[in-house]
Design a protein around this ligand. Structure first.
Ligand code: NAG
Ligand code: NAG
Ligand code: NAG
Ligand code: NAG
Ligand code: NAG
Ligand code: NAG
Ligand code: NAG
Length: 917
């Protein structure tokens, strides 16, 4: 904990300099005393007393102090349920100098309290909190004293609070009341403004956290305090910009002065007279960008570069500087285009960035840990870097978690990453060649939900009031980030109401509709539109967008593929059959479950747990029937593992669930990407594919492509290919095999398909066919190959659907391969004739000492879904889960820490489809 340090400039979370030139004008300087650090923590009867880090939470503190074991171990989520039923008190002592107390105003500021608390200073209650997503400040000057001051935060059990609130709401129920039993969670989470998934979810445990999850400090000032600076670029056209700058100012009394706004790199400056009224006020100014200085725009990955400009804000009273701040401005425009589509009923639904339609490719983001204090910069960077490496350009921050920390959005605005590029593949020298290192920047387009999910919500006055504060504060905090391209009011609540998930009798429906409109339209939408005119607002996801609005905000069918976005899940239908997927305008959620790797499960389990039907395996599965669904889907195409060695049977089953998930999401994503230019039977022009879900909150089966700890599942390696800028997609329609060339490039390319037929039993092509290259415009999907399957096989002597498979890639006019190779199975692999158990040998060679390795594989047979697992060695492969039709392949392994070649080869396990039965 650091005590009074006047004379320093204060750097707040958002990187804005807040303090003034104290040496010049002491009267105008605000002073900050940081109260983070080690506090004391105790439970209600005092039987537990320990030191606890702030920021932090009770569970983390108990674990760190050794009072409990790893909460993620085995059944500990249930064993430690008592923690969230108790009340907890955080206490600290600090001194407040006479100089600090001499200020006109001293505020006690909490950046985040989780969740229901009363705050005591020197024995007096200074305030209460009930919303995890708000910043709270309390005036405390007159309570401070010489010597030790005692600050106490008494947290009420969130489970108890939620149930009390539910009881107080006796007029009608607000479903779902409790989660399904399979989630082993707590009830009434919709009554508390807290991370909704912390009471359990279908992919996560119930750890209803409590604590001070963000910083605590004192802020003292005499004239005014600059609470926040935010800015949004607005434009007439893409060459004429203005920047709307908003200063949230807390003034002691009416203060007149001048505000100087400038963008020095754009030769733009403006000085305006202003008056700050007493109290907290929002002051909006507009800075016109000098037309003679063209701005560089912010573009999504693959569509152009980006740069930030420095915005300087200074306030003067006479000649005295009264405030000063600096922040970043990026210029970009975003439109959500909903307009009639020729040949199709309904409306289009796509994002246009800087006037250009962009296909959103990516995934859905959930909290990266059950305990937010464990989500450090390295965790965020690793996940975002992995998203970038899978060629994603968009993420949806899902509404059942938290509004992410500032760093998340800053990294999405622009993240520099060191790239080691290596050449992979069938290199004659049998190694991958080590090439260069460079720094690249990447960005993500963020679809930002408000934190309401899968439930009805109450609309009592105090609840709405708390939500109002939450929304205003979050929009003010986040709106300067160009990465956020849309706001969205909630997750699936329009669908829940419309399709009656909670069995609400028809007679009571109007009451729930009214609550829905009150919360998301009259409250959240109205506030967002007042605070931020620079990006669209959607009321829900999925929604019909403008179509829902026409139907009083709740559409009869929010999943209508002719409008808006859709969420689509089906576990029973054959996921290899594209006909089962909705040809939607925008797929914002779809997915399939898989299990994480054995190395992720080992630290949280014991030997007894290592079977697919153990209590542990059932306990970790929070989705009803999920484990059986995975096997049933797998069995549609594959032989299920049947090793007599129980541990091998278990690890083989983990593997087959990953194969199944990867192949299912591949099929669905490829369908969406190839549907971007077409209207078929009145449907199509799909412009987004965000699968569910990117990351995990704990080691357990889920829909994620990256398991807890950061290791990539097979799906994430598949995403590298199916999200590639240029992609060949093969599929059968009627009796024909078609190959589409999908291009997200900016410019036109000429592409033809090269299709090879392989026999399952021989690692060399039986024959190869080519199509003539055709022009493929930038941002389109074009059919480049069409041949009846029977003719294709007949042309390739002796092939049948059961004995052969297809591989294909795209070539440009010059014969160069564009995009990854792809393949198409003509039968279910379990019916394939001639697939032998391959003998795959692996050679590991170090390329860059300790960090980069070449892993060369030789196989004596065709091998499918070849999976390299480095066990406990952190890192990732250049590619994985691949088909080996020729007998050789070299991939690169990038180690996450310094690793010896012997350790890597000792840990490597290779599995392919034929190894599990
Ligand atoms: C927690 O505080 C509430 C409200 O004061 C009280 O009703 C409840 O009994 C307390 N719980 C425990 C375990 O003491
Ligand atoms: C925590 O409690 C101990 C024992 O009562 C006390 O010595 C210490 O000063 C307390 N720590 C803080 C930060 O208040
Ligand atoms: C942009 O708008 C300004 C002012 O309205 C106008 O002078 C200029 O010609 C426009 N530029 C383009 C490219 O349309
Ligand atoms: C605009 O930029 C030009 C050239 O850099 C400069 O001469 C001019 O003073 C600037 N105008 C304003 C209003 O800042
Ligand atoms: C599995 O859980 C059930 C019910 O809790 C219990 O009766 C049984 O003993 C457990 N089996 C094992 C092997 O732990
Ligand atoms: C696998 O291949 C290696 C290298 O060619 C050979 O030494 C080994 O005997 C083979 N194993 C089997 C089971 O065929
Ligand atoms: C496993 O399944 C395969 C394919 O059905 C079968 O050929 C093999 O005999 C089975 N092995 C065992 C040990 O049951």
């Amino acid at each position: 904990m650091s005590k009074n340090q006047p004379r320093t400039l204060i750097l707040l979370e958002n990187g804005v300099l807040l303090c003034l030139f104290f040496a010049v004008l002491p009267a105008f300087c605000s002073v900050t005393v940081n109260l983070n650090g080690k506090w004391n923590l105790s439970n209600s009867d005092g039987s537990v007393f320990l030191g606890a880090g702030v920021p932090g939470c009770v569970h983390s503190a108990l674990h760190q102090a050794g009072f409990i074991k790893d909460p993620y171990y085995r059944f500990n989520d249930v064993s430690y349920r008592w923690i969230a039923f108790d009340n907890w008190t955080y206490t600290t002592t600090f001194s407040a100098s006479a100089q600090l107390r001499a200020n006109q105003r001293v505020l006690l500021v909490f950046d985040g309290v989780d969740t229901v608390a009363s705050i005591w200073l020197n024995g007096i209650v200074v305030g209460k909190t009930d919303n995890m997503f708000r910043i709270y400040d309390f005036a405390v000057r007159d309570l401070l004293k010489d010597g030790d001051n005692v600050l106490k935060v008494s947290l009420l059990s969130p489970v108890l609070y939620a149930s009390e609130r539910r009881n107080a709401h006796s007029a009608y129920r607000v479903p779902p009341e409790c989660p399904p039993d399979v989630q082993k969670g707590e009830c009434h989470v919709n009554f508390i403004r807290k991370e909704q998934s912390s009471f359990s979810w279908d992919w996560g445990p119930s750890f209803p956290t409590m604590g001070l999850w963000k910083g605590v400090r004192l802020e003292a000032f005499d004239v005014l305090r600059l609470v926040r600076v935010s800015s949004v670029p607005l434009h007439n056209n893409l060459s004429q910009w203005r920047v709307q700058v908003e200063l949230l100012v807390d003034a002691v009394q009416t203060t007149s002065g001048r505000i100087a706004l400038s963008l020095p790199e754009l030769d733009s400056e403006q000085v305006l007279q202003t008056q700050f009224l007493p109290g907290k006020t929002r002051n909006v100014f507009t800075l016109n960008v000098n037309a003679s200085s063209p701005v560089k725009l912010w573009w999504p990955n693959g569509h152009g570069g980006r740069r930030s400009y420095r915005l300087q804000v200074r306030g003067f009273q006479g000649r005295a500087l009264i405030l000063e701040a600096e922040s970043k401005v990026y210029f970009r425009s975003v439109e959500l285009v909903q307009e009639p589509v020729p040949g199709s009923p309904g409306l289009s639904f796509y994002f246009r960035i800087n006037g250009k339609p962009i296909f959103l490719k990516g995934s859905n983001w959930i909290p990266a840990h059950g305990f937010q204090d464990r989500v450090d910069p390295a965790v965020l960077r690793n996940l975002l870097r992995s998203a970038k490496e899978a060629n994603m350009n968009a993420l949806r921050v899902w509404g059942g978690g938290v509004y992410e920390q500032d760093l998340f959005y800053s990294l999405c605005d622009e993240m520099g990453i060191m790239v080691t590029s290596l050449r992979e593949g069938n290199v004659a020298s049998c190694t991958a060649a080590y090439e260069t290192q460079s720094v690249e920047t990447c960005v993500f387009q963020v679809w930002q939900d408000f934190m309401f999910a899968c439930a009805m919500y109450p609309t009592e006055e105090d609840f709405i009031q708390s939500v109002r504060e939450e929304v205003v504060q979050q929009v003010q905090r986040l709106k300067s980030h160009p990465s956020i391209i849309t706001w969205s009011g909630n997750n699936e609540n329009e669908a829940a109401l419309s399709t009656n998930w909670f069995n609400i009798p028809a007679s009571q429906r109007p009451r729930y509709l009214k609550d829905y409109v009150t919360l998301y339209v009259d409250t959240i939408r109205a506030l967002v539109q007042e605070e931020d005119q620079s990006r669209p607002f959607l009321v829900s996801s999925p929604t019909n967008g403008a179509g829902s609005e026409q139907q009083g905000w709740v559409a009869a069918d929010p999943y209508d593929p002719h409008y808006g976005d859709t969420h689509f899940y089906s576990y029973a239908l054959d996921c290899w059959d594209w006909r089962t997927f909705p040809r939607t305008r925008f797929a914002s959620e779809y997915g399939f479950q898989s299990w994480p790797s054995f190395s992720a499960l080992k630290p949280v389990s014991t030997k007894d747990d290592w079977s697919y039907d153990s209590n542990f395996s059932s306990h970790r599965q929070h989705h009803e029937d999920g484990n059986q669904q995975m096997l049933r889907q797998a069995a549609l195409h594959f032989h299920l593992p049947n090793s007599t060695d129980p541990v091998k049977a278990f690890t083989d089953t983990l593997y087959i669930t990953q194969v199944t998930q990867a192949q299912c999401v591949k099929a669905q994503t490829e369908f969406y990407r190839r549907s971007r230019s077409e209207i078929v039977e009145g449907k199509g022009r799909t412009m987004g594919a965000l699968y569910w879900q990117l990351n995990d909150v704990w080691p357990a089966p889920s829909w994620s492509s990256i398991e807890f700890g950061g290791k990539w599942k097979m799906l994430h390696y598949f995403a590298q290919n199916f999200f590639a800028a240029v992609l060949p997609v093969g599929f059968e329609d009627g009796d024909a095999l078609l190959v589409y060339a999908v291009s997200d490039l900016r410019h036109e390319v000429t592409l033809g398909a090269v299709v090879s037929v392989y026999s399952w039993s021989r690692p060399e092509p039986a024959c190869t066919l080519r199509s003539d290259p055709v022009p493929v415009p930038g941002g389109s999907a074009v059919s480049v190959f069409k041949r009846p399957v029977a003719a294709l096989l007949a042309a390739c002597g002796g092939c049948t659907r059961l004995t052969c498979l297809l591989t294909f890639h795209l070539e440009d006019g010059g014969g160069g391969q564009r995009g990854p190779a792809n393949h198409h199975f003509l039968c279910k692999p379990k019916d394939a004739r001639g697939l032998l158990r391959p003998n795959i040998t692996v050679t590991v060679r170090e390329l860059d000492v300790g960090y980069v390795f070449s892993v060369a594989l030789r196989s004596d047979a065709v091998a499918a879904f070849v999976w390299l697992d480095a066990g406990g060695v952190p890192g990732r492969f250049g590619s994985n889960g691949f088909l080996m039709v020729s007998g050789y392949r070299a991939v690169v392994f990038y180690a996450g820490r310094h690793t010896a070649a012997a350790e890597l080869s000792g840990s490597l396990v290779v599995t392919s489809l034929r190894d599990v039965y």
